[in-house]
Design a protein around this ligand. Structure first.
Ligand code: GLU
Length: 288
């Protein structure tokens, strides 16, 4: 078994047990192949150099070996801009000037029309306010210096590609349903990229053959699959793992203040103790 897998954390906090599990999952899935570490640090407002250093330190402590140089997404905006241009040439992007408050207001106003307030994996689906702006209106707002995101015309994109599928090793063949996201943001107002764009682009660029990640990110694969088809990139296989939980069934996550790897280390635990904790955690059965 030779796969190229990757562990792609965002340096927005210290790694915890859930991360260690995910990294081990990817490492094992690579078999005798390649294991990559990638830093998904496009959200410069939330990423910190100290967290980035801690990732290297914690991963090294756990005994991981990864290929260098590590791809840091914040160093590759030019590539992401080109990827966006490609979609723009196909007529699939539009600028969106809405603020969060505008979107909430629009959704509230559409209260009488529930089909306009469908919920997607990332929250309420964008109601399409800026989708129908004329070129002149778009230009006028851009010239006036209004910040804008770039959204994908998801339904038009699907019409261009036709129906798509992807393979999840655990769940089998899946029909892609990118429409569940509506017109997803591919470039944020402050960054010429988004998670979906940078992750999909980099997985192909780095020749990742098997994408492993938590099942909380499974919906994202519907969009990634569409982007691969639009950019004519090879499609990797997928393996979405269960999220491990503590004895009370609580997920390990930054938000829930899961114990960080460094706090466990400071308490005197060894890498083997951490691996044993992961083995004991609920949901980790699939790792073995
Ligand atoms: N950067 C993402 C995270 O930390 C992981 C993305 C992925 O594995 O596709 O949640």
């Amino acid at each position: 078994m030779h796969q190229t897998t990757r562990f792609a954390p965002s340096p927005t906090g210290f790694l915890h047990l859930g991360h260690a599990y995910s990294a081990l999952f990817a490492y094992k899935a690579a078999g005798n192949g390649r294991f990559l570490l990638r830093l998904e640090d496009i959200d410069q407002g939330r990423c910190r150099p100290a967290f980035e250093e801690a990732i290297y330190e914690d991963m090294g402590w756990l005994g991981f070996v990864w290929e260098t140089p590590v791809r840091r997404q914040s160093e590759h905006y030019t590539a992401y801009r080109e990827a966006l241009e490609h979609l723009d040439h196909k007529g699939l992007l539009y600028p969106c000037f809405c603020t969060r408050a505008d979107i909430q207001r629009e959704i509230a106003n559409a209260g009488a029309a529930p089909h306009l307030t469908r919920l997607g994996p990332d929250g309420p689906i964008y109601p399409g306010t800026c989708r129908h702006l004329s070129r002149a209106e778009q230009e006028q707002r851009i010239q006036a210096g209004l910040p804008y995101a770039l959204r994908l015309r998801t339904d038009d994109a699907l019409r261009q590609t036709g129906p798509l599928t992807w393979i999840d090793d655990i769940r089998g063949e899946q029909a892609a349903r990118p429409e569940i996201f509506g017109d997803v943001v591919l470039a944020r107002k402050d960054i010429p990229a988004s998670y979906h764009l940078a992750c999909t682009w980099d997985d192909a660029l780095q020749s990742v053959t098997l994408v492993t990640r938590g099942e909380d990110l499974l919906p994202a694969t519907h969009i990634h699959c569409l982007l691969q088809a639009l950019w004519k990139l090879p499609q990797p296989r997928y393996r979405h793992h269960a999220l491990i939980t503590d004895a009370d069934g609580k997920k390990f996550s930054k938000r829930d203040q899961a114990p960080t790897l460094r706090s466990l280390r400071e308490k005197g635990l060894t890498p083997n103790d951490v691996k044993a904790m992961i083995d004991d955690a609920q949901g980790s059965k699939k790792l073995r």
